[in-house]
Design a protein around this ligand. Structure first.
Ligand code: AMP
Length: 115
């Protein structure tokens, strides 16, 4: 599969820069966040290029389902009982890398509302 090398996650997918991989399947790649906000902080990215969640359409139903299943599989693999998943969509939501990704956070108590 070929990936545009426009952003850091595309480069990771293309194997141009390394990552601390924890999971991979046909649809997703997951690796540890370089600046973890919890004892467990994993990023899940789809293998298809979508800049934000809002860029997904009806055609991406399988991508989105596989993306969520990957989080479940990783939580099982890592033995996580309780965890939080976050998708930041857009600059005001603090999205900084414009390749769709889900944060999987665990290992500490979280509060609500988020900051
Ligand atoms: P967001 O702010 O939702 O776009 O999240 C982007 C995340 O990517 C941040 O938590 C960063 O710490 C993380 N990040 C940026 N570059 C890398 C990298 N090379 N490897 C792993 N995580 C990264």
């Amino acid at each position: 599969m070929e990936y545009e090398s426009g952003n850091i996650f595309s480069k990771i997918l293309a194997g141009e820069i390394p990552c601390d991989k924890v999971y991979e399947d046909d649809y997703t790649l997951a690796f540890r966040d370089i600046n973890p906000q919890a004892p467990v902080h994993i990023l899940i990215i789809p293998k298809l290029e979508r800049a934000t969640l809002s860029d997904c359409t009806e055609n991406d139903v399988e991508l989105l389902g596989r993306f969520s299943l990957a989080a479940i599989n990783i939580a099982r693999q890592e033995g996580l009982q309780s965890y939080r998943t976050v998708i930041n969509c857009g600059a005001d939501a603090d999205q900084t890398v414009f390749h769709l990704h889900m944060h999987l956070l665990s290992g500490r108590k979280f509060s609500w509302p988020p900051g």
